[in-house]
Design a protein around this ligand. Sequence first.
Ligand SMILES: NC(=O)c1ccc[n+]([C@@H]2O[C@H](COP(=O)([O-])OP(=O)(O)OC[C@H]3O[C@@H](n4cnc5c(N)ncnc54)[C@H](OP(=O)(O)O)[C@@H]3O)[C@@H](O)[C@H]2O)c1
Length: 276
Amino acid sequence: MKTAVITGASDGIGKEAARALAKSGWQLAIVGRNPDKTAQVAKELGAVPYAMDFASLQNVKALSERLSGDYACIDLLINNAGGIFKRQPPTVDGFEITFQVNHLAPFLLTKLLLPKLIESKAAVITTASIAHCNAGMFFDLDRVEKNGEYSPYMAYGNSKLANILMTRELDRRYRELGVKAACFHPGVVSTSFAKAKGSPMGLMYNTFLRKLFFMKTPQEGADTLIWLAEGEPYQDWQPGGYYANRKPAGISRKAQNQDLALALWEKSEALCAPYL
Ligand SMILES: NC(=O)c1ccc[n+]([C@@H]2O[C@H](COP(=O)([O-])OP(=O)(O)OC[C@H]3O[C@@H](n4cnc5c(N)ncnc54)[C@H](OP(=O)(O)O)[C@@H]3O)[C@@H](O)[C@H]2O)c1
């Protein structure tokens, strides 16, 4: 039986992907933030719940230790947890919340699980977004993690650009060791992820405006993720790639910049150093 760890599995796209993977016979580690929601999904799928708030990197480290102890093999890591968050004080680690939850936490989780992922010749799939193109345009590596430097929408775009850069660098570093990395845009999906008020995305998702957009259902939003998870790397999809609607999709100039991918990787290592 193949084992998948899926973050953000307590709601939305991650929950629907977990349901589909459970039906296909995967053993699942259901990771969420809210303990009740996480336990409920795990119970429904006969899986193990792991409730952790990624706003603390110590929690991410604790999660990696539990996962490493609980599973001899991890065939698939799905870094899907995330959202657009309202302005708030920095996290306990001192970083802007969106950058930490959407990028630093999955970066740290992936890094800490790497020995197991390499041993298992695993796939690592990350939920990115088309928002990396416009909102990520002003990404500045020197200030991306600093609180108060960006609006919630811009911080979101930065973090989703970081998801693509991380995927590309993960592929460059670990492809030869058997790790297969990909990321994708799920579409505009009617979930509860844009709860932040006062941002264009919050307006679009939480008011009558959502009726003007033809949003996908969470099941539809999970489709490309399930396709990647169940597909055959090198045959159905190419490692290092970014996908939408089951097809390779275009990425911004910044996302193509391999020097930036390397610099972000090194900076993320430095920011996560206390836990590595
Ligand atoms: N919806 C869209 O239109 C859209 C478009 C592009 C990309 N995406 C991406 O898709 C992914 C899934 O989002 P969704 O649309 O399915 O939203 P969602 O329904 O709100 O699900 C988000 C998931 O992430 C978890 N999460 C949020 N903050 C967390 C934290 N601090 N620590 C740990 N887990 C946390 C949530 O846990 P709890 O529910 O337990 O709090 C939930 O399981 C995100 O990465 C998002 O950026 C979404």
